[in-house]
Design a protein around this ligand. Structure first.
Ligand code: UD2
Ligand code: MN
Length: 282
């Protein structure tokens, strides 16, 4: 006699693990410039669970990946992102969810804090073991760029179109990055103190170094991204100062002092949407 959970677990276990290397990968992938409305996309992708969650049908995924997207006021980029990413991730045979964390209001944007919030909120929904923090305007150009979490934190956006497809400096960790659950907890997440453009990714690189992690990367011919065009946000004048003395705060500024008000959460067809209000804590 088995109870319902045991029965379900055994059916899950009967499916074979997905192959180590997904079979359908081709290399370079096309980036479409056709614009779609959200309604069109919802008709196009009818194989998703509520909240934009996906599991391969015929094999058991090796990783459960939460894609966390900091977001505000980039509607056309969001549809382009969803149109590109769902097929891309499904070809990689991942179990994944796409979590859009939107900052309410008009104050300075805090990318890092939104990603901390995405980390916390995503775990209330599924048992993710890998977290990929992803700018909404970056589209991967090669499907061998696996959206998984290796032994060491991975910086994924190595070669970005607007940066001449070259790594601008060695410790850059912005754009797209992948950390395991344990790695992210170990470094206490991102700093919450970076309001406006810049610095938050470098602070994370410093946190990783402080905890003896090192940044891993795919080769530049694989880790290629197209950045969709946008205006520049105003840079944070305090970014250098906060970066310089950041190590004083690694243990007190991050996941363990994160405060926010969740105003809404919707399991939309193509993504989970979390609307939050955040403010500078004194
Ligand atoms: C670079 C980094 C980015 C981040 C930023 C500094 C790369 C490739 N990208 O991006 O990861 O470190 O510098 O903070 O290294 N966003 C919105 N609405 C806004 C503003 C930002 O949704 O009004 C989100 C969106 O996901 C966007 C991301 O934040 O892609 C980064 O902002 P950006 O694209 O304006 O900054 P960028 O391209 O200089
Ligand atoms: Mn950008």
């Amino acid at each position: 006699l088995r109870n319902r959970t045991e029965a379900r677990n055994s059916t899950v276990l009967n499916i074979p693990l997905c192959p180590l290397t997904p079979p359908g990968l081709r290399g370079p992938v096309e980036i479409s410039d056709v614009a779609h409305t959200m309604e069109q996309l919802e008709l196009l992708f009818d194989n998703l669970d509520p909240g934009g969650h996906y599991k391969p049908q015929n094999c058991r995924a090796r990783s459960r990946v939460a894609l966390i997207i900091p977001y505000r006021d980039r509607a056309s980029q969001l549809t382009a992102f969803l149109y590109h990413m769902h097929p891309f991730l499904q070809k990689q045979q991942l179990e994944y969810g796409i979590i859009i964390v939107e900052q309410a209001g008009y104050g300075p944007f805090n990318r890092a804090m939104l990603m901390n919030i995405g980390f916390v909120e995503s775990q209330k929904l599924h048992q993710y073991d890998c977290f990929i923090f992803h700018d909404v305007d970056l589209l991967p150009e090669d499907d061998r760029n696996l959206y998984t979490c290796p032994e060491q934190p991975r910086h994924m956006s190595v070669a970005v179109s607007t940066l001449k497809y070259k790594l601008p400096y060695k410790d850059i960790f912005g754009g797209v990055s992948a950390l395991t659950l344990d790695q992210f907890k170990t470094v206490n997440g991102f700093s919450n103190k970076f309001w406006g453009w810049g610095g938050e990714d470098d602070d994370m690189a410093n946190r990783l170094k402080y905890h003896d992690f090192h940044i891993s990367r795919y080769a530049a011919n694989i880790a290629r991204y197209k950045m969709l065009p946008h205006r520049r946000q105003p840079a944070n004048p305090k970014r250098h100062e906060f970066l310089y003395n950041g190590n004083k705060r690694f243990n007190i500024d991050g996941l363990n002092n994160l405060q926010y008000q969740r105003q809404d959460l919707k399991l939309n067809k193509l993504y989970t949407w979390v609307l939050v209000e955040i403010s500078e804590s004194r």
